[in-house]
Design a protein around this ligand. Structure first.
Ligand SMILES: C[S@@+](CC[C@H](N)C(=O)[O-])C[C@H]1O[C@@H](n2cnc3c(N)ncnc32)[C@H](O)[C@@H]1O
Ligand code: SF4
Length: 254
């Protein structure tokens, strides 16, 4: 008798729409022109999975990351149908981590309770900065206050595993301001922090029209060193280039 053990798989599901395209972002994300064709898109995702099944027979899923774009624009009903559809096609391990990227806009946060009920057990909230001045420069559609509120709504909804995305090296930002952003995030005590250096990616608005006062290249290592030290002092251990976790709450996909 041949007994084979096939390792579990991580599944990434992409949702390519956003309320508005951010000027620095080169992800496959597009501003919503009219109505998102959610139902047709979910049908297409499930068909795609179905067609891949012969190559993953016998495998389980240990983590799912629903990224974007802004998947929190999805309706709770749509998300429920999507996750039920995946579950019907592939077995999940008992402790499967199911992450959704969420925008801190009020409208999305209102849906966090339903997202939790549908099976999302980890949220990744794209805060970027706790400074309204920086958020405006980044073309974000939410304020710092809304981001803090969204975090609390997520906790109240039951999420005990939350990531906050922040960026540093922002236009006109000092190291002290970047550390202040980290302190504001640490105060909320998320289980996970992603701290990215803002990069000017080709084919973005920032690449063709770079913002004034970008930090000089040589200073970025000082941002990075100071931030990593500040995070370590507050029990956030670095386990990937931009990923930090508290109490070993690492994620398979940040
Ligand atoms: C695909 S985005 C999705 C998050 C969500 N749509 C939002 O913006 O709130 C994932 C993360 O990538 C980071 N990111 C995007 N563009 C970046 C850039 N040019 N440089 C550094 N980080 C970037 C941001 O921190 C963002 O939250
Ligand atoms: S950073 Fe997030 S919200 Fe902004 S365009 Fe990219 S995916 Fe969309």
């Amino acid at each position: 008798m041949i007994i084979s053990y096939l390792p579990p798989l991580s599944l990434y599901i992409h949702f390519p729409w956003c309320v508005k395209k951010c000027p620095y972002c080169d992800f496959n994300s597009h501003s919503v022109k009219q109505k998102i064709p959610e139902s047709a898109y979910i049908d297409a995702l499930l068909l795609d999975l179905e067609q891949q099944l012969p190559s993953v027979w016998g495998r389980s899923i240990s983590s799912i990351f629903i990224g974007g774009g802004t998947p929190s624009l999805m309706t709770a009903e749509g998300l429920d149908r999507l996750l039920c559809g995946v579950r019907a096609r592939m077995p999940f391990l008992a402790d499967t981590e199911v992450t959704m990227e969420a925008n801190p806009g009020t409208f999305e946060a209102e849906k966090f309770v339903d997202f939790y009920a549908a099976g999302i057990n980890r949220l990744s909230i794209g805060v970027q900065s706790f400074s309204d001045t920086m958020l405006r420069k980044l073309g974000r559609i939410h304020s710092a206050e809304e981001a803090i509120k969204a975090f609390h709504i997520a906790r109240d909804a039951g999420f005990n595993n939350i990531n906050i995305d922040l960026m540093y090296g922002l236009p006109g930002q000092s190291i002290e301001q970047a550390l202040q952003d980290l302190s504001s995030a640490i105060k909320l005590s998320p289980e996970h922090l992603s701290w990215y250096q803002l990069t000017l990616e080709p084919n973005t608005l920032f690449a063709s029209q770079p913002p004034k006062q970008m930090p000089v290249e040589d200073s970025l290592i000082d941002f990075s060193d100071s931030g990593i030290a500040h995070l370590a002092e507050n029990d956030y251990q670095r386990y990937e280039i931009s990923a930090f976790s508290k109490n070993a709450k690492k994620s398979m996909l940040a």
